[in-house]
Design a protein around this ligand. Structure first.
Ligand code: SAM
Ligand code: DTB
Ligand code: SF4
Length: 332
């Protein structure tokens, strides 16, 4: 039986997801582009802006991360920013065209003592007319409810890679820990932003494992960030990639296309790694179904294309920012 790929499914098998990866590249991109057009206007790209509200000194040992206290990356740890400074950045983000503002903290988990301050930041950003997103590490069910009550729309919590490769990436938490926080976020009524990183030395089976896990969650992620590893000197995975070479860019595009096919209604975000991607590579990713990016010249601790570069890219590719009403509300 031929299935309509634009209708979301939750019963994908790992073998089916692997088979999508195995398709001839042109077929795969064509099918992903077809599905993309049925759910979204392919000329529209959603724009999010990131701010690191608490940088460095993190207790987790994620092998890709500049902010882990376990590795010497030369990054200076900073304390949680003041609410007014965060709101000033949010205003600048809005003026720069972003419709979603994502606050990131280098924490293993949110501490109850910080929750009121986070709630004040979230309600302040929301009052500016921006969609709110935060990524603060693990949350309890109660904390998730408090953040939701403060006005948090999205919570970002990535699965990062497939279950079989997870322990090669981080050992201070488990895959199950991640699933639990995602459950608390869903139960509190927030939208989920959940994806992973490509190019950490994982096998194609692990990339399929990640996308299979996302596509079989009780609810598909509303936003699905596909990050290309930004190799940071001093991190085990960054150093390894520098020694052994980066992943084939075409394999990255394949991953974007499979993400679009298995989660047809998600906003697929071309996330970290755009700084070193050519316009042609980004065009292929948008063709394959990516429809969201981070704007602004910084991600959390690493560089992102500046406003001029992205204006040029949008002009070259005849793309336009998605209106806030459309972001999160697919066409059908
Ligand atoms: N500490 C929280 C957590 O891990 O959930 C939030 C911040 S953490 C930096 C957010 C995400 O950024 C990670 O889950 C990972 O997917 C991504 N990330 C971090 N460092 C990266 C890198 N060097 N290259 C690509 N993505 C990266
Ligand atoms: C996500 O998936 N990517 C963003 C956001 N969620 C928080 C973070 C990318 C971080 C890249 C490395 C850095 O700038 O430190
Ligand atoms: Fe900490 Fe998040 Fe970095 Fe992991 S990815 S070390 S949890 S900041």
């Amino acid at each position: 039986m031929t299935r309509d790929l634009a209708i979301p499914r939750h019963d994908w098998t790992l073998e089916e997801v692997e088979a999508l990866f195995e398709q001839p590249f042109m077929e795969l991109v064509f099918r992903a582009a077809e599905v993309h057009r049925r759910t979204f206007d392919p000329s529209e790209i959603q724009l999010s802006r990131l701010l690191s509200i608490k940088t460095g000194g993190c207790a987790e040992n994620c092998g890709y991360c500049s902010q882990s206290a376990s590795f010497d990356t030369g990054l200076k740890a900073e304390k949680l920013m003041d609410t007014q400074a965060v709101l000033a950045e949010a205003m600048a983000a809005k003026a720069g065209g972003a419709d979603r503002f994502c606050m990131g903290a280098a924490w293993r988990e949110l501490k109850d003592r910080d929750t009121p301050k986070l709630a004040a930041m979230i309600s302040g950003v929301k009052a500016l007319g921006l969609e709110t997103c935060a990524t603060l590490g693990m949350l309890t069910a109660d904390q998730a409810r408090q953040l939701k009550d403060a006005g948090l729309d999205y919570y970002n919590h990535n699965l990062d890679t497939g279950p079989d490769y997870y322990a090669d990436v981080v050992t201070t938490r488990t895959w199950q820990d991640r699933l639990e926080t995602l459950k608390h976020v869903r139960d509190a009524g927030m939208s989920t932003c959940c994806g992973g990183i490509v190019g950490m030395g994982e096998a194609r089976r692990d990339r399929a494992g990640l996308l299979h896990a996302l596509a079989t969650l009780p609810a598909h992620p509303d936003s699905l960030p596909v990050n290309a590893l930004v190799p940071v000197t001093g991190t085990p995975l960054g150093d390894r990639v520098k020694r052994e070479g980066e992943i084939d860019p075409i394999e990255f595009v394949r991953t974007v296309a499979v993400a679009r096919l298995v989660c047809p209604r998600a906003m697929v975000r071309l996330s970290a790694g755009r700084e070193t991607m050519s316009p042609e590579m980004q065009a292929l990713c948008f063709l394959a179904g990516a429809n969201s990016i981070f704007v602004g010249d910084r991600l959390l601790t690493t560089a992102n294309p500046d406003a001029d570069a992205d204006t040029r890219l949008f002009n070259q590719l005849d793309l336009r920012p998605m209106t806030p009403e459309r972001a999160g509300a697919p066409l059908q």
